[in-house]
Design a protein around this ligand. Sequence first.
Ligand code: BTN
Length: 241
Amino acid sequence: IFKKLLYYKKINSTQTKLKTIADAVAREGVIVCADVQTGGYGRMKREWSSSNGGLWFSMLLKPALRPDEVSKLALIISLALNRVFKQKYGVKTNIKWPNDILFKGRKASGILVDMSAEQDIVNWVVAGIGINVNNVLPKELKNISVSLGEILNKFVGRAQLLAQFLCVFDEIYAAFKKSGFKIFVKEYNDNIVFINESIKIDTGFDIIEGVNLGIDGDGKLILKTPKGLEKITAGTVVKGK
Ligand code: BTN
């Protein structure tokens, strides 16, 4: 699906840029990519450090989904990224639900999914992906983040990394359209951190504590709590173990 890429040396945010043109672009698959973002942001509108050397891009998708199914798309994007890290670079990454890619507990990549929907129909999804590649991380992030270059102890070509991701995602996305989300559940749960461990999730409304049983066929995280099983649609894992 990827046939067009808009490349910027410096931009405010690839996500903001693609969102402003998303209505006018008919076909899915357009990519906006930048060397440096001056206003890169992540989930919960948190600042996303986007200096030179990292891979910062957003992709336009127009899936035939209901708005409540878009979280599944975010999960298969993390699966695609995790496959690329493991299979193409030999790096043993894991997924922190819903879609952070970790290496030994530090974040190598983050995914942000924005959408526009009317009633029950999704108009577009803009998925933003940030991968720490050769960028130097600010010292306040050194304990919690890591770059692919640091893991492999060498310079990593970003164009090749992007091409590999797009190739793997294209395949996964086609399988998702054809067969649905359920075919990815096992692979996701096999790669998730804190599986069968006690975790805490911040849902934005409250903090839920329980044993992480992995995701179900709808992409919801199942927690075993003293009150029974709880299904969580969105949130942030605030504590493992
Ligand atoms: C997160 O983990 O909170 C998600 C981070 C997403 C960062 C990417 S970098 C490319 C795109 N442009 C942005 O401003 N954000 C996303």
